[in-house]
Write a protein that binds this ligand. Sequence first.
Ligand code: GRF
Length: 211
Amino acid sequence: MSLKIALLISGRGSNLVAIQEAIERGELEAKIVLVFSNRPTAAGLEAAERLGLATAILDHTAFSTREAFDSELGAILEACQPDLVVLAGFMRIMTAKLVDRFRGRMINIHPSLLPLYPGLNTHQSALDAGDEFHGASVHFVTPDVDGGPVVAQAKIPIRSDDNAESLAAKLLVEEHRLYPRILQWIASGRLQYQGGEISFDGSKLNAPLQL
Ligand code: GRF
């Protein structure tokens, strides 16, 4: 089965490119049916067009309420009937109503070892805390921001000469490996999320997989 993906971005779109390249290499049995951006100037939109992917833009600044924006975004997403909504640098907090419309079918990548550092500035937070490791987490989306069940994480050591930029750059390489791999597990049915529980190869997942 080929997994139909709607991908949501707000910026650069490097994860989007990594996912599409994994599809083109035959490592991910999926099709990106739509790349959506809430920012008309997102560089990822150009990347999507170069890759021949369908795009849609809804400028959130044109909406007076979060509810109105989310209701239209929900309609756009439902129109392309995705099996999975993949957030890849989508910098918008979504209403519970929108998240619930796609509960169990929406996944995100976050640049920290969740539950550490939800929200922004994760690299600096890891440095400020004196952490030994930093990482990225892939998690199903629930109405709690960056709070849904974590499927898998990739870890990197923090070196004494690291700064927020160097950590972000090193972590991005890991993100580009991690995300397509998890998506393939969903495409192949190895990874499932139902009723708030994740199962992997038929067994309940009690802790995030470390990759
Ligand atoms: C990544 O670091 C991702 O973890 C976070 O936003 C960034 C998106 O980067 N959610 P890109 O737009 O995929 O290059």
